[in-house]
Design a protein around this ligand. Structure first.
Ligand code: ZN
Ligand code: ZN
Length: 241
């Protein structure tokens, strides 16, 4: 079920990926949450997992994100529902909306930075105890030779480490690019639902596209026809710890 069970649950995400049998549209229901990061001024959305759980603590604004689609705009529509906010913020919807823009820009900068690191592929190699360590400036992971040393030459270690690095960073870049593109392909709306009771949830709820006003389903579910073509959509569930 999309999102109306309190923000802090078991810190384990249940993700359902939906695909339309008619037009192939892909939508995700992953119980995504968001926080407004007052330090950086951005609104970050993420899956609620063990490792991301603590981002909720102390957040000045927090809530849930659901995803739909507007067929007139050919864009995804992301609905940010504020469920918690401290009182002294006058217009939390505007704050969250500005934060979304800032966050998308930040993701774009991050992506460029990673591509730059990939392009340069600079490295340093040091010998530490019984192995070589290869570090890539600006990249958080490092690579080291372990049991292969000393049967490998230094050059072989470098070649090996760079291969591993390229494989890893290419995957990271591809995943980030996909996510970034999804942000760019979306319209955003922010609703203040702090006063709405937690159990007031209706799967068939509609919202209006923030760009063109078309009435669309707020949630995605196999019981709701495809928002693009009206055909049947089917879902596949995946658990993340
Ligand atoms: Zn629209
Ligand atoms: Zn469809």
């Amino acid at each position: 079920m999309p999102g109306k069970a309190g923000l802090i649950g078991d810190a384990m995400a249940y993700v359902t990926e939906y695909t339309c049998s008619g037009c192939g549209l892909e939508l995700v229901d992953d119980g995504r949450v968001f926080v407004w990061d007052d330090e950086h001024g951005w609104t970050e959305d993420f899956l609620l997992l063990m490792m991301t759980y603590q981002k909720l603590h102390g957040a000045k604004i927090a809530g849930k994100v659901s995803e739909s689609y507007c067929r007139d705009c050919s864009k995804y529509v992301k609905v940010y529902s504020i469920t918690e906010a401290i009182d002294c913020i006058d217009d939390p919807c505007k704050v969250v909306m500005d934060g979304i823009r800032n966050y998308i820009e930040k993701c774009g900068r991050e992506l460029s930075r990673l591509k730059e690191i990939r392009k340069k592929s600079q490295y340093s190699i040091t010998r530490e105890d019984n192995h070589y360590v290869v570090r890539i400036p600006g990249y958080e992971h490092f690579f080291y030779s372990n049991y292969l040393f000393p049967s490998m030459t230094k050059e072989e270690v470098i070649e090996d480490a760079l291969n591993d690095f390229h494989e890893e960073i290419d995957e990271v870049i591809a995943a980030r690019e996909k996510r970034y593109q999804r942000y760019l392909d979306s319209h955003y709306m922010v609703i203040d639902e702090r006063k709405r009771p937690e159990d007031d949830f209706d799967l068939s709820e509609k919202v209006n596209c923030p760009e063109c006003g078309l009435e669309i389903s707020r949630y995605v579910d196999y019981r709701i026809p495809c928002p693009r073509c009206g055909d049947h959509i089917f879902g596949m569930g995946i658990h993340y710890d």
